[in-house]
Design a protein around this ligand. Structure first.
Ligand SMILES: *Cc1c(COP(=O)(O)O)cnc(C)c1O
Length: 388
């Protein structure tokens, strides 16, 4: 049996896959098992922030794997402490809790928000408002937090205490009550269709949460770590959240999640209130330390913005493109008439790895993609849009 046959036989069918088995990669280029070359503007859904097998990242990870690969959370770990210090120093947050994925980072944020409220106001003030078209993960609780009916099926009973609002302040006010302890948002909804929230709304929401001592959680699992031209996307909205979650791009290709909190929330979690066997793994943290060392740099982030602008202009000039929504290199492309899923599959056949978000094409290229690679991506898309 080859890779695809074994997958079909032995892996649960939770994914619709493109007809490609990737074997290796370098930078923005990947090769499949037959040696066919692909330009990748998906980064494994925004995970490979520095592309495939960045030299310094490979070195950092390999060196750490050869030194000590895991030690459990009963022991101190330099790579994890260094990473936590970097994250806090760069953002002004006070403490970090590590996890292994975006969903887990969100689980942690939800627990911190609920416990903060429990400690201060007692039982019952535990409701969390999230937004329609959001996506927060696949665990039973983060499915509950996800504001899309399509995700609330089969797995009943879901975690209680979630309410859904539209991305406007009146809608939030309607769902707000004495029981509300937190509001959870993505500043740009990724899976929901690259929807950029209105800046006034986000600022009004911040003020409203302050007024009522409601914890504002910003899910930056997709938008964080330079993706939108800032280290974290909330900076574009000029607010400071109480809790921020990070994952996808943070490890540069290895699984990691992080939940960052302000000083006010720093002591909410205590021994035995939360934990994870694998979290804060030294190899993974070594990769993340390397990624942050590259990405948390003003010139690097300005380049992400410039490349985003450049890409948007080029995409807007294509026949068949109706509109483009982007913040930095988080890019949604609305097509005039063609089906985005068909076009994405054709792009892959034509050597461009691209993904979708709802009815849009979506690009999340490596943050260090070159201008000529962006040109090539647009050329392949243009050619694909001309086919029928
Ligand atoms: C991908 C994503 C998640 C889930 O992350 P996993 O690592 O798949 O658990 C949560 N929130 C947002 C905004 C995401 O884009």
């Amino acid at each position: 049996m080859n890779t695809k046959e074994k997958d079909k036989n032995y892996i649960m069918h939770t994914y619709g896959r493109y007809n490609v088995a990737l074997k290796q990669g370098k930078g923005c280029t990947a090769y499949d098992e037959d040696g066919k070359r692909y330009l990748d503007v998906s980064s494994g859904i925004g995970v490979n922030s520095l592309g495939y097998c960045d030299e310094g990242w490979v070195e950092a990870v390999s060196r750490q794997a050869a030194e000590i690969q895991h030690m459990s959370n009963y022991f101190y770990c330099k790579q994890a402490s260094d990473l936590a210090e970097k994250l806090c120093t760069l953002t002004g947050f006070s403490k970090v809790c590590f996890a292994n994925s975006g969903a887990e980072a969100n689980e942690c944020a939800i627990k911190v928000a609920r416990k903060y409220s429990f400690d201060k106001y007692g039982a019952g003030r535990n409701e969390i408002i999230s937004l329609r078209d959001s996506f927060h993960g696949r665990t039973v609780t983060t499915l509950s937090a996800t504001g899309q009916d399509a995700f609330h099926n089969y797995f009943f009973p879901f975690t209680e205490g979630f309410k859904y609002a539209n991305a406007d302040i009146e809608s939030i006010r309607k769902e707000l009550s004495d029981k509300t302890c937190a509001v959870l948002i993505e500043c740009v909804q990724g899976e929901g269709g690259v929807n950029i929230l209105d800046k006034d709304f986000v600022q009004q929401l911040r003020a409203l949460c302050d007024e009522r001592d409601i914890v504002l959680i910003v899910d930056e699992v997709q938008t964080g770590i330079g993706r939108t031209g800032k280290l974290f996307c909330y900076e574009n909205f000029e607010i400071q959240p109480d809790l921020v979650t990070s994952a996808k791009g943070l490890g540069g290709g290895l699984p990691i999640g992080a939940c960052l909190c302000t000083e006010k929330l720093g002591e909410v979690m205590q021994p035995s209130t939360h934990g994870s066997t694998f979290a804060a793994n030294p190899v993974v943290c070594a990769g993340a330390n390397y990624v942050l060392g590259k990405v948390a740099d003003k010139d690097f982030l300005d380049e992400v913005n410039s490349k985003g602008e450049y890409l948007r202009e080029k995409l807007l000039a294509l026949d068949g493109v109706k509109s483009v929504r982007n913040l930095g290199l988080m890019v949604g492309i609305e097509l005039t008439d063609k089906d985005a899923h068909d076009v994405a599959a054709r792009c892959v056949e034509n050597g461009l790895l691209i993904i979708t978000a709802k009815s849009l094409l979506r690009m999340l290229p490596p943050l260090n993609i070159s201008y000529s690679e962006l040109d090539e991506a647009v050329e392949i898309l243009e050619k694909t849009l001309k086919e029928n």
